[in-house]
Write a protein that binds this ligand. Structure first.
Ligand code: 2HG
Ligand code: ZN
Length: 469
């Protein structure tokens, strides 16, 4: 992707210095390294300039300068993304919003919160829960990911099974478009159908249409009780039978997380003791009023037993529950440490096809000889299929495996990404799932918001090769 010329950059730098003061404008390779990468497998790319925004006015100034000078601009919140969404592949300016962390409002009666893009998700959870309220989306990086990125990528997490993803909780947004125009879209009320649903369009648009300066979030009452169960199985296929049986018993757990044998081995190596006979685990959580959670817990236990569980254990206290979730939430870094190279996918299949997907993973492993492991959000059919390898020469085999995986997912009417986004990683695979007409329509929408193609260029739309390997 061509980078901006020196003259345009010099002009942008001096306009930014003038508009914002030099302290917010970062240059120099050492300092810019902090704005180059994310948590995906894509190589970092140094921007030419980074702006550390402190207010909506700063964001307006940056988008005005970018438009005026023709310099690309890539928004960035915490940098926890998994698909290269904030990597500035076109160079230019990184617009960093991590410093805008305010919770501007929590309204208990209306059950809404108004937040800035740099607010860390875990901090939002703590603040609203202190008021007896609940913000369900719970990306596993919640201790450091930020709302701006969550909104841009429509982040999910384990609780999406019962509660949905970020988009289900964003009522309205303050955004700035290229050129620096501030827009207020959406609403603060629970209901509302005025005009097109621009909020829904912008949530998950991967920072390619506009930059968020504020979000109005819908909250729900905090569940009275939470019960966490761990079910162990001799084989991974039994887990999909258990999930089907739970739904058949009319239970909608908050989370149903799957760990396959190779993932369990990684957990064991990380020091958590798990029954050696087990080749698969489900972590299941039910929440709500005490009477209903007790009933649901029994039904979940019955469903697991019917599917042939070796054991179903209930976390006895908060400490046990926290230990289990800490191990689950750390799976991404734990498995990352297992090999020199890793690609983690986040494909989704209809729940009834989870077994078929796991069979496909076995076939891919045998065909390519690449180590693989699978974990993820079984309730949603959203599985993180991981490829792990040490020899750079195996990249070709990984690419074969990815192709097999994505084709199998699309063939069973699944989707390529459930929560990490297309970004750089999956842009070249978009035509597998979406027709040319659908892709063209999205490009036209992009052109309406960003006619010069300067906002987060290089993302979503097809290019060659998998960005992560
Ligand atoms: C998770 O579910 C995250 O832990 C990250 O979505 C998945 O990196 C991964 O494999
Ligand atoms: Zn996930």
């Amino acid at each position: 992707m061509p980078r901006p010329g020196a003259a345009a950059l010099d002009r942008a730098k001096s306009l930014l210095d003038g508009a914002l003061g030099p302290s917010k404008v970062v240059t120099g390779e050492g300092a810019l390294a902090a704005f180059a990468g994310d948590e995906s497998e894509n190589d970092p790319v140094l921007p030419d300039i980074a702006v550390v925004a402190e207010s909506a006015d700063d964001i307006r100034a940056v988008l005005r300068v970018a438009s005026e000078t023709g310099v690309p601009v890539t928004p960035r919140a915490a940098g926890s993304g998994k698909s290269g969404g904030c990597i500035p592949v076109g160079g230019g300016i990184v617009l960093a919003t991590a410093g805008m962390k305010a919770i501007k409002e929590i309204d208990r009666n209306e059950q809404i919160a108004v937040v800035e893009p740099g607010l860390v998700l875990g901090d939002l959870h703590a603040a609203v829960e202190a008021e007896g309220l609940f913000y369900p989306p719970d990306a596993n990086s919640l201790s450091w990911c930020a709302l701006g990125g969550n909104v841009a990528e429509n982040a999910g997490g384990p609780r999406a099974f019962k509660y949905g993803t970020t988009r289900d909780y964003v009522l309205g947004l303050q955004v700035v478009t290229m050129g620096g125009e501030a827009l207020s879209i959406g609403r603060r009320t629970k209901k509302g159908v005025t005009g097109y649903d621009l909020t829904a369009l912008l949530v998950g648009s991967e920072g390619t249409l506009a930059v968020m300066t504020e979000a109005v979030l819908r909250l729900v009452p905090k569940p009275e009780t939470v019960v966490t169960l761990m079910a162990l199985f001799e084989d991974v296929y039994a887990t999909s039978r258990a999930v089907a049986a739970m739904l058949g018993a009319r239970v909608v757990p908050a989370c149903v997380e799957l760990l396959d044998r190779a993932t369990l081995d990684a957990v064991r190596r990380a020091g958590v003791s798990v029954d050696e006979r087990a080749s698969a685990m489900l972590i299941i959580e039910v929440d709500g009023a005490e009477v209903t959670t007790e009933l649901e817990m029994e039904r979940v236990g019955g469903a697991c037993d019917a599917a042939g569980a070796l054991a179903v254990l209930v976390a006895q206290d908060v400490a046990q529950r926290d230990r289990l979730w800490a191990a689950r939430r750390a799976l991404s870094p734990t498995t990352r440490a297992m090999a020199k190279y890793k690609v983690s996918e986040d494909v989704v299949v209809p729940r009834a096809k989870i077994g078929a997907l796991l069979e496909t993973v076995d076939v891919i492993r045998e065909t390519t000889g690449v180590s693989m492991l699978t974990y993820g959000h079984a309730g949603d059919g959203n599985l993180h299929v991981n490829f792990l390898w040490n020899d750079p020469a195996q990249v070709a085999d990984v690419r074969v495996g990815l192709d097999m995986l994505f084709r199998a997912v699309v063939d069973c009417r699944g989707t390529l990404t459930g929560e990490h986004g297309v970004g750089l990683s999956k842009a070249s695979y978009l035509p597998l799932e979406q027709s040319r007409a659908v892709i063209d329509l999205q490009k036209q929408l992009k052109g309406v918001f960003d006619p010069k193609g300067l906002l987060n260029p290089g993302k979503i739309f097809p290019r060659v090769g998998h960005g992560g390997c």
